[in-house]
Design a protein around this ligand. Structure first.
Ligand code: UD1
Length: 419
């Protein structure tokens, strides 16, 4: 297994380009199931989750081809052999449940493993199921699988009790062929939801309101294949912004989706960092001492839960006390114990973490526990004294393309080695 070794202490300086967004590619790959014909997705990053989704689509019977330029994915699904997402795939990547909507929509049936708990919380899919039921689907839970049959889905008014990103996407994917109008209330506003709605509309769907909390989908009979470019990854961009601010760096982040990062921009400015939009991207200039800030994660456009671990890492070396509140997931503080092993002073009480800034972190051997936690440990390693070794980085490879190469090009002393 690979590990990342970092010798801390270098400022990051230079330019880095943001890759396509993982959380936008996966729903687009799922959407390709809706039509017979070659769909083209461009700006696709090389990530383990995308490889896992390809395996799932292959398993369902899709044909997949890569094309030039690099990062182009072509997908065609003439028919599905068995409309099933097996446990082995869903357990490694929850987003596999995104095939549920399109399979029911086009092939009238689906069998998808229930995801079960994961490191950051219970993460049920009850709202996906409830929505499909309201659209007239016949649903049974059997042997850990949700089995859905629906000869014809009917439009429905669906209120989602909790804001759910993949839940909103799944129901949108299901509703495109339903009879009549489906309204999703309390829908997720994330840019990745809008990216999916735009692609579906290009395919011939009638979707309005994406990007607001009420999305209307008027069912259509026919869809056509799509050619779509994936939006840049706001979480990868945000991670580099924090990396620059934290290391007293000066980094130009190219292809940075500045407009999707308002909450982070404002929070970084509160810490004393400069964040400026330039013609080619966003420049973040960090300065010490870093001012402590309080952060609360909230669904978009609030501060992203996927940036919570990284901002906490920054707060460990800030000049005061910071309260970080996680409201989206119930158990997303696994990075705390690893940061404490580097000398961070953090107390967790339920969904709140109190971080008292320390003068220095010291390098240590660390274990990555989930995707964004891994990124926070790498950031901590960049500013720590001495050597930090982060193992179990398969989590990192799920969502960051070439992170060590990108950081190295900015001046970090970082290597990927074998355990
Ligand atoms: C997506 C993102 C993930 C991000 C998360 C929150 C993808 C592939 N992943 O995950 O990176 O961290 O949004 O921004 O886009 N919930 C229910 N019932 C449901 C569905 C969700 O109670 O049926 C709860 C979850 O347990 C969680 C909250 O809703 O507490 C938000 O989860 P959700 O938005 O669904 O996360 P994902 O879509 O899985």
């Amino acid at each position: 297994m690979d590990k990342i070794v970092i010798q801390g202490g270098n400022r990051l300086v230079g330019e880095v380009t943001v890759s396509g967004a993982k959380n936008a590619v996966l729903p687009l790959m799922a959407a390709s199931l809706l039509v017979d014909g070659w769909n083209t997705i461009t700006n696709v990053p090389k990530l383990r989750d995308i490889e896992t989704f390809k395996i799932l689509l292959n398993h369902l019977g899709s044909e997949i081809a890569s094309d030039s330029p690099e990062g182009t994915l072509k997908i065609r699904t003439k028919d599905v052999a068995s409309p099933e997402a097996p446990y082995e795939l869903v357990k490694t990547m929850r987003a596999a449940v995104l095939v549920l909507g399109p399979l029911v929509s086009r092939f009238k049936r689906a069998r998808v493993s229930l995801p079960g708990g994961c490191a950051i919380g219970a993460r049920p899919i009850d709202l996906h199921i409830k929505g499909l039921r309201q659209m007239g689907a016949d649903i049974a839970i059997e042997s850990g699988y949700v089995e859905v049959k629906a000869n014809k889905l009917k439009g429905a008014k669906i209120y989602m009790d909790t804001i759910t990103v993949t839940g909103t996407e799944n129901l949108m994917l299901a509703a495109v062929h339903a009879d009549g109008m489906t309204t999703l209330e309390n829908a997720a506003l994330e840019p990745e939801v809008v990216c999916l709605a735009d692609a579906l509309n290009q395919m011939g769907a009638h979707i309005s309101g994406a990007g607001t909390d009420t999305i209307r989908i008027e069912g259509v009979k026919e869809l056509r294949p799509v050619n779509v470019r994936v939006i840049p990854d706001r979480i990868e961009a945000g991670t580099f912004m924090v990396a620059s601010a934290m290391t007293r760096g000066n980094v130009l982040i190219k292809d940075c989706p500045y407009n999707y990062l308002d909450s982070l921009n404002q929070k970084l400015k509160e810490t004393g960092a400069e964040v400026n939009q330039e013609e080619n991207g966003v420049r973040v200039i960090g300065d010490w001492p870093i001012r402590s800030i309080d952060v609360k994660t909230i669904p978009y456009p609030g501060f992203p839960t996927d940036m919570q671990a990284q901002i906490m890492s920054m707060m460990t070396i800030a000049s005061g006390l910071s309260v970080i509140t996680e409201t989206v997931f119930e158990n997303r503080f696994m990075h705390v114990s690893e940061l404490k092993r580097m000398g961070a002073d953090i107390t967790v009480d339920g969904r709140c973490a109190v971080v008292r800034g320390v003068k220095r972190l010291s390098g240590a051997p660390l274990m990555a526990t989930d995707l964004r936690a891994s990124a926070s440990l790498i950031l901590a390693g960049l500013v720590a004294e001495g050597k930090t070794e982060v193992s179990r980085i398969y989590h990192l490879d799920r969502g960051y393309e070439n992170i060590e190469k990108k950081l190295k090009a900015l001046g970090a002393k970082i290597e990927r080695t074998k355990e």
